[in-house]
Design a binder for this molecule. Structure first.
Ligand code: ADP
Ligand code: MG
Length: 608
């Protein structure tokens, strides 16, 4: 895990330096060093894994050599006792080799799993900190791919990658040394194949790297598509878009398949090629030793051990390229994971934080300008104040910027012009935690997590007692429908509350807010229409929520608006009018028009 800012800042610097040199190798080096930081806490395990792998890498190469000794020095000379002894030695080596494989596999997997756990926690933590703006830009499917597939690719590398690769390389070195020791001429024959093999492997490596990047990219697209179409399945079905969305899916799916086929193509060319080269080496060795055996200057033991060595020598080579594949995938994955972890679009905590103990006086907006993107101003010069205990309603047509005011006030989006103060403290100086304690927001769309009703109700205040939950539900009027659900408060809600009506979800959100009990209530009234009975329930619940509380409400219901102390009328991002219901009606301005639009039956009352 990355502990503290220093490490992170260090990495950033290192990365900037490396990336400014522009080479891919240095970028790889940066990624690997950052990966190592995740392994660092398990240094002691790593030490044993490396020791066992490295020390054990001599065991395999020793086996053909012992075989040679057994044939030439004992069997050929009829030394039966010696043969028994050397057979025992061979058995010992085989047993040790088995133990080495067990210990090395177990230890490297252990390190991998532990490191990956930390990485996943870092990703989740970071995702929680990222601003809503970031989520506007990044589809959920892509982020889920990061946290699952990409992390899995990394896991594979950490658990079977680097240590094993170095072990393989050491084994190759031991083999070469022992081969030279036995017979240098045959060794040169075997090695003459090596340049071809390395050339093939390097070419393969670079092609596969590119191909895998494409595969991952297409996979992320595919996941996003799936995710969206599962979340939005009702829209797809309602608009009868099944067929056309299916066709879109086919196109994305095909791209993914083609990218996969390209990688498979490289693999299917590479492996037979390596096989062919090893067979050629074996053929050459056998032919040449045959010639020398006829002349009597080479023993049978040497030939047999060399045939074994060729097999031992080229197999790790193949493994090595196999592991390159894992390494390449993992590097590409890590690159994306670290980019995500480096994403700076986080909600900045203030430099000179000022805690808000409680709300005493007033909220003041002064000449606030805000844009989601660049200079596309959504809020234009907004100024208003809300005194403690006041109920202020915001009205206006769709898209006029009402929800945006809430987004800005609750610091879901930063960066604006003008000032917003609570009790004289600039909003940007108030730490998020402190702000959330004072300001409670009920969004227009209610999100429910999968879990019990109870857990959803107490989401904002975990650990609250059952009685309090029941009491709050009763106050809001949600108790009736909850008690009718199978299991009552223990009823299991599916993700996003499928199976509950819009009105019921609203009431649940109200209970949530009531339990949270904020001093300032910010409410974005749902526009979804509900039956008259529920409408009355919600009306009463809203009044109950607002009781003895400073409230800013984006209102769609006449009842809410009428009970407000003041009404702010928004039009295209600017405030058009401010006043009470009666004042605004008397002004016969925009509010009057909106009012008549919604309540045409009142025309004769006003005009007649
Ligand atoms: N996350 C966002 N990114 C970019 N533009 C947005 C975003 N949310 C809202 N907008 C734009 O801001 C304007 C005001 O939206 P909003 O405040 O939601 O209106 P209202 O709540 O009054 O219906 C709209 O034109 C909308 O397209
Ligand atoms: Mg809105």
């Amino acid at each position: 895990m990355n502990d503290g800012h220093d490490t992170k800042r260090g990495f950033q610097q290192q990365k900037d330096e490396l990336l400014s040199t522009g080479s891919k190798k240095s970028a790889d080096r940066y990624i690997i060093s950052r990966l190592l930081s995740y392994v660092k806490p398990y240094k002691h395990l790593l030490f044993w894994a490396i020791l066992i792998t490295f020390a054990g890498s001599i065991l395999g190469p020793l086996r053909p050599y012992i075989t040679k000794l057994a044939i030439d020095d004992y069997i050929a000379k009829g030394n039966i006792n010696g043969l028994a002894l050397i057979s025992l030695v061979l058995l010992g080596i085989i047993l040790l080799d088995g133990f080495k494989q067990y210990a090395a596999t177990y230890l490297t997997q252990l390190i991998g799993q532990k490191a990956i756990l930390n990485l996943r926690m870092d990703i989740f933590r970071h995702l929680q900190k990222l601003s809503i703006r970031f989520y506007d830009r990044n589809p959920a499917g892509r982020l889920i791919t990061r946290a699952t597939n990409d992390v899995e690719a990394l896991n594979e590398m950490l658990s079977s990658g680097i240590v094993t690769i170095i072990g393989d390389i050491m084994q190759l070195l031991f083999i070469v040394v022992l081969m030279f020791f036995i017979d240098w001429e045959l060794t040169l024959i075997v090695l003459s194949i090596l340049p071809l093999m390395i050339y093939a492997t390097l070419t393969f490596k670079s092609k596969v790297r590119k191909a895998f990047q494409e595969v991952r990219g297409h996979l992320a697209k595919l996941n996003s598509f799936f995710q969206e179409h599962i979340s939005g399945i009702n829209i797809v079905q309602l608009f009868d878009r099944g067929e056309s969305e299916y066709k879109k899916h086919v196109a994305i799916n095909k791209e993914y398949r083609d990218a996969n086929i390209r990688t498979i193509f490289y693999f299917s060319v590479y492996f037979p090629l390596i096989d062919l080269l090893s067979s050629i080496a074996a053929g050459l060795v056998i032919w040449y030793s045959g010639v020398r055996m006829l002349k009597g200057d080479i023993t049978l033991g040497v030939v047999i051990s060399f045939v074994q060595y060729i097999w031992l020598f080229f197999r790790p080579l193949q493994h090595l390229s196999d592991r390159f594949n894992i390494l390449q995938t993992a590097l590409a994955s890590s690159d994306r994971i670290f980019r995500l972890l480096d994403e700076k679009d986080i909600v900045e905590e203030p430099e000179n934080p000022r805690m808000l103990e409680s709300f005493r006086d007033e909220i003041v907006f002064t000449n606030v300008w805000f844009a989601y993107n660049n200079d596309n101003w959504i809020l234009k010069n907004i100024s208003f104040r809300v005194k403690r205990g006041e109920k202020v309603a915001i009205v206006g047509s769709t898209g006029s910027g009402k929800t945006t005011i809430i987004n800005v006030l609750s610091k879901l989006y930063g960066q604006r012009k003008g000032s917003i103060t609570i009790d004289g403290t600039e909003l940007s100086q108030i730490p998020e935690q402190s702000l959330r304690k004072v300001v409670g927001v009920v969004m227009q769309d209610v999100f429910l997590f999968s879990g019990t009703i109870k857990a959803n109700l107490s989401f904002g205040k975990p650990g609250v007692s059952d009685e309090e939950i029941r009491h709050a539900a009763k106050t809001v009027g949600a108790d009736r429908f909850i008690e009718q659900l199978p299991g009552g408060y223990e009823y299991h809600v599916n993700e996003n509350g499928a199976g509950l009506s819009a009105g019921q979800k609203q009431l649940i959100a109200f209970v949530r807010a009531l339990l949270y009990n904020p001093e300032i209530l910010v409410l974005d009234e749902a526009t979804s229409s509900v039956d008259t009975e529920t409408e009355q329930l919600i009306e009463a619940a809203t009044a109950n929520l607002m009781k003895n509380r400073t409230s800013i409400i984006i209102a769609h219901r006449l009842s809410t608006v009428q009970h407000a102390d003041r009404i702010i009328v928004m039009h295209k991002g600017a405030i058009k009018e401010i006043g009470s219901h009666q004042q605004l009606l008397a002004e016969k301005g925009l509010y009057y028009k909106l009012y008549l639009l919604q309540h045409p039956e009142k025309i004769h009352l006003r005009t007649g």
